[in-house]
Design a protein around this ligand. Structure first.
Ligand code: PBG
Length: 350
């Protein structure tokens, strides 16, 4: 193979002192860069969030998330099987019910869209991948909040815990390996852990949404789950101005029995991710959320960025900041790139 021409000895005519320490030496060739690369991506690092919708006969596009679908149960199984064959680390399921009510009844109904889909995936895929379920009421409530409301219309923390316990049992019975409590209620991990253990679901784990911010980056997700929220989530999700409370939430979730913890959104919160990763005794994940996905796809559709490179660079950034797993809507596609051997323009990411 041809060798890259070496730099010439400094030309005395240029004059002046020349650097003795040259960091560029380690960047001279692809092989050299590969030798000193600190972080890499594997398909197993990636978790694919998926949406399954009740009452449709064909999968539906989501306008603000081009390339992401609301699945029928059958198309969900096909896409989940494909992602599993490509080696993704896991699947995170969200349900889009046909009917919503004040307490989110569909979330705890064994015949509800999410629980049915979990049971189906569990039958079809078994332990070939890790099947995860979003454990939250917002997809199932008509008011769009993550919990039930009190007489004044506020989210009632402790009444919501009761609903989460029931939801956890339904998801565990349907065969989920990991439950992802994402509602940011105080005490949710302890409540759910206790309910699971009392029912004998000792091996069902909790992937806690530990540091979850009241973020506008979740915007397109509302389209994905057909949710129209009145008001906002600032009384339970974290203030984007704060870093410290992420560490407090981490301490609580770990003490309450979280098996993995997550920071969400992703890129705008890499500082939080790095701090949580440095302090956490359990594996840490990051969620590259719907708005992050939409921004990259929109810029790429306009020809303003190199889509594939931006995707891999962003995923690598999560790994560098300390994430063991990354939830991303590109998980299956990216896993496919790695399985097929990365195309030439992406070799730097091997
Ligand atoms: C709550 C939940 C949300 C997301 C994941 N779980 C929405 C929210 O809290 O407002 C957002 C994911 C995304 O934006 O991609 N069920």
């Amino acid at each position: 193979a041809p060798r890259t021409p070496r730099q010439q000895a400094p030309d005395a005519a240029v004059g002046g002192p020349v650097p003795i320490v040259r960091p560029r030496r380690l960047r001279t060739t692809g092989a050299m860069r590969s030798l000193v690369r600190e972080h890499t991506l594997r398909p197993a690092d990636l978790v694919l969030p998926m949406f399954v919708r009740e009452g449709i006969t064909e999968d539906q596009p989501i306008s603000s998330m081009p390339g992401v679908l609301q699945h029928t149960e059958d198309s969900l199984v096909r896409a989940a099987t494909e992602a599993t064959e490509r080696g993704v680390g896991g699947l995170m399921l969200f349900g889009v019910p046909k009917y919503k009510d004040a307490v989110g009844s569909g979330a705890t109904d064994p015949d509800g869209v999410l629980n049915r889909a979990l049971a189906r995936l569990s039958r079809e895929l078994g332990d070939a991948t890790v099947i995860m379920a979003d454990l939250c009421l917002d997809e199932f409530t008509d008011h769009g909040h993550c919990g039930v409301l009190d007489a004044e219309g506020r989210v009632d923390n402790d009444a919501t815990l009761g609903r989460y316990r029931e939801m956890a049992l339904a998801q565990a019975e349907a065969g989920a390996h990991l439950l992802g409590p994402s509602g940011m209620m105080d005490g949710q991990i302890a409540a759910i852990r206790e309910a699971l253990d009392a029912a004998g679901h000792l091996d069902v784990g909790l992937y806690a949404y530990t540091a979850k911010y009241a973020s506008a980056f979740f915007g397109p997700f509302r389209d994905a789950v057909g949710s129209s929220l009145s008001g906002d989530r600032r009384t339970y999700q974290q203030d984007p101005a704060n870093g410290r409370e992420a560490l407090r939430e981490l301490e609580l979730d770990v003490a309450e029995g979280a098996d993995l913890v997550m920071v969400k959104p992703g890129l705008p919160y890499l500082d939080v991710l790095a701090e949580v990763a440095a302090a956490s005794p359990v594996p840490v994940g990051a969620y590259q959320v719907s708005g992050e996905y939409a921004m990259v796809e929109a810029a790429a559709a306009n020809g303003w960025i190199d889509r594939d490179k931006v995707i891999l660079e962003s995923l690598l950034a999560f790994r560098r900041a300390g994430a063991t797993t990354v939830l991303t809507y590109w998980a299956s596609e990216v896993a496919g790139w790695y399985r097929d051997g990365l195309p030439a323009h992406l070799r730097e990411f091997l």
